[in-house]
Design a protein. Structure first.
Length: 137
């Protein structure tokens, strides 16, 4: 059996430098589509959104992602570094930035603006503490 190709970009051609990344979560639409506001305070028909990331501590998330049996933290940082080296963007946005894994690979002489997006405000505070001196953040 052939091992998986670890270089995700070899032999591929991209016609755009923007790759959309979506943070996916579950939305449950209420069956009643009236405009009445129920006692709980949300309109019927509005989505109920499950946001488990709001209750997970950054230390727990990064610990899990960096655990030897998971090993995703270094892989994602390396992939981000390769994207930065390949495309050399003036602006970069990271959806689901968490604690800023990989931001240390940003060359501020090339990338002038960096936008980190996350639904967890505590994760964004950690990014600011860790990388607040990164120009353009």
């Amino acid at each position: 059996m052939k091992p998986p190709d670890t270089d995700l970009f070899r032999g591929r051609h991209f016609d755009r430098q923007v790759v959309p990344v979506f943070d996916v979560y579950t939305c449950n639409m209420a069956e009643d589509s009236t405009n009445e506001v129920p006692q709980g305070g949300s309109k019927a028909g509005s989505p109920e959104v499950s946001r488990p990331w709001l209750s997970i501590l950054l230390e727990d998330y990064e610990g899990h992602m960096n655990a030897p049996e998971v090993g995703q933290l270094p892989v994602l940082a390396k992939l981000f570094q390769r994207v930065l080296e390949r495309w050399r963007p003036q602006t970069v946005a990271i959806a689901g930035v968490a604690g800023g894994n990989g931001l240390d690979a940003i060359d501020s002489s090339v990338t002038k603006r960096t936008v980190g997006i996350d639904i967890n405000q505590e994760y964004l505070k950690a990014v600011e503490q860790r990388f607040g001196t990164l120009p353009g953040l």
